[in-house]
Design a binder for this molecule. Structure first.
Ligand code: SF4
Ligand code: SF3
Length: 539
């Protein structure tokens, strides 16, 4: 196996025996083949100039498959093998219907059994591209597409689509396989992927806010009550909605975990009094937190940490693109209804959560809420009460080096404000960093996809201060990355013209030295250094 798609990749260069994430060789290879199968579908769609509005089922399978291969989403080999077969069937049906059969292997290969799939995967994985720089750029784009697919799927679950996104995905997947493309062509495609990434975040933002309202300033309880409860993790708000509907009046409480925390900020969910609060922290602490939670856990997306203990595994349920062997996977009926009753029944038999923290955290500063505070914020900038904003969105992770973000937040001067989103926030959202004239010093917009809010806010400030260049704003980017959603967020920011973004705790292992030179040259991208060095540099 070879995988270097996430920040925790072994030695910073690639997992080759087993993933640091817990992914086995079998899963890694099946995921590689799933991506390869999608390239075959893309070849057929592009060769036949298929109008994507005619192939809804294929579009949806495309984004779900890409999502399945995101770090920590799916560890279920049988489920991935089934998905490969389904994709190949869709590919072959397209060939039959539209007639033009491309000659590319990805468009014609066949496999029947899981063993054949694993065998085939050995020929088509990441290392199949020999040139290191071309490989790097191809994977950069692929990882961006995975992140984009995740956001697109959440929007789809709410019933919102943008056909241009699917069209782009087919185009990009076919281009990645095109050997005539030069490194320059691929750099161009990286930026196009970023532009489409902005579209996918805008789509999801529109879907979320049209259905659940614009996030508002909210205090979220981090303690517990005495009822039995279900913990819901991941990013999908429609699952939370269905779970709250089904637990209403049953005496079973619901708590959010990790990336589901921002659900509390949406007006729509405030009517559920059994939505009690947020339990725990970022994804990587889940094994200990699940232990003390006592009740069942529903994963709506990544990040799953393979549960070592049987006792915890027995309480885990998955849905959407997630999967774990032995854990029940809940699928919707034709109307989209998911029957969560097995989870609710399990909860009733288990003890209430054990309290691990108490108090409240504050959030809900997505673009609309920030615009409502615009006068106050602009005034604070003009008077010098706020000197600088630091966008510290992104992911959290296990590495000790991520203590950097806690320390960085602590050491920032009192006239600075942190703009956050994604699970990176857990590194500093409980530090009590105070406020500036009533404006909290940590503004949480929401999930990683809500990084979109910070781009919207930056554009608004540029307009208010009548600046020619977005980089003239008093905003610095110090982003933490881990999985592929952070990759699309980064690409989106680059495509919008933001320069000198710092990322950490390491540069992506999938960027070859030459590609690093390009992104440093072109965009001023840099790796975070020590807190002291960065403090000096930024201030
Ligand atoms: Fe390694 Fe990350 Fe790939 Fe898992 S997802 S195998 S940790 S690079
Ligand atoms: Fe976190 Fe996995 Fe990326 Fe949506 S839950 S940000 S790491």
């Amino acid at each position: 196996m070879f995988c270097y798609q996430c920040q925790e990749t072994a030695m910073g260069t690639g997992c080759t025996v087993r993933g640091v994430c817990g992914k086995t060789e079998e899963i890694a290879k099946l995921q590689d083949l799933l991506i390869y199968s999608l390239k075959g579908v893309a070849e057929v769609v592009v060769a036949n100039k298929i109008d994507v509005s005619e192939i809804g089922e294929v579009n949806h399978a495309l984004i779900n498959s890409l999502f399945t291969t995101i770090t920590n989403a799916n560890f279920d080999g049988d489920a991935i093998a089934k998905q490969i077969s389904a994709i190949l069937e869709l590919r072959d049906n397209l060939k039959k219907k539209y007639g033009n059969v491309p000659v590319k292997d990805s468009a014609v290969f066949t496999v029947e059994t899981k063993e054949e799939m694993i065998q085939k995967a050995g020929e088509v994985g990441v290392l199949a591209t020999e040139n290191e720089d071309i490989r790097s750029l191809r994977q950069f784009i692929t990882y961006g597409l995975k992140g984009m697919a995740a956001y697109t799927e959440h929007a789809l679950n709410i019933g919102k689509e943008n056909l241009e996104i699917y069209k782009f995905m087919y185009h990009a997947l076919a281009e990645i396989e095109d050997d005539s493309l030069t490194a320059d062509d691929l750099v161009k495609l990286v930026l196009e992927t970023g532009e489409m990434g902005v579209q996918s975040m805008a789509l999801l933002d529109g879907a979320n806010t049209s259905k659940y309202g614009n996030p508002v300033i909210t205090k979220v309880n981090i303690g517990v009550r005495s009822n039995p409860a279900i913990l819901i993790s991941g990013h999908d708000l429609t699952d939370l909605e269905q779970l709250l509907e089904q637990t209403k009046g049953t005496g079973v409480d619901v708590y959010t975990h990790s990336e589901m925390l921002p659900a509390h900020y949406y007006p729509y969910f405030k009517k559920y009094d059994n939505l009690v609060g947020n339990y725990g922290n970022a994804w990587w602490k889940q094994l200990t937190e699940f232990e003390s939670f006592n009740g069942p856990i529903l994963f709506t997306t990544n990040c799953i940490v393979p549960p070592r203990k049987e006792e915890i595994r027995e309480r885990i349920f998955t849905t959407n693109a997630t999967g774990y062997p032995g854990c029940p996977h809940i699928v919707p009926d034709e109307k989209g209804y998911k029957d969560f009753s097995p989870i609710i029944e399990m909860a009733k038999k288990l003890p209430a959560p054990t309290q691990i923290e108490e108090g409240e955290i504050i959030g809900g500063f997505a673009h609309n809420q920030v615009f409502e505070l615009a006068d106050q914020i602009v005034e604070a900038i003009k008077t010098g009460a706020i000197k600088k904003f630091f966008v510290m969105s992104g992911c959290d992770g296990r590495m000790k080096s991520r203590e950097y973000y806690t320390e960085f937040a602590k050491q920032l001067p009192k006239d600075t404000v942190i703009l956050t989103s994604g699970c990176a926030k857990y590194r500093y959202n409980k530090l009590g960093l105070g406020d500036i004239g009533g404006i909290p010093r940590v503004l949480d917009a929401g999930q990683c996809n809500d990084s979109y809010s910070w781009a919207v806010v930056a554009l608004k400030l540029k307009e208010i201060f009548e600046l020619a260049d977005i980089n003239d704003l008093p905003i610095e980017f110090n982003i933490a990355w881990y999985e592929q959603k952070a990759v699309i967020v980064l690409m989106a920011l680059l495509s919008m013209g933001f320069k000198n973004i710092h990322i950490g705790p390491t540069l992506p292992g999938f960027l070859s030295p030459n590609v690093v030179d390009v992104v440093v040259d072109k965009f001023g991208l840099a790796k975070s250094q020590t807190v002291e060095e960065d403090m000096k540099l930024f201030l």
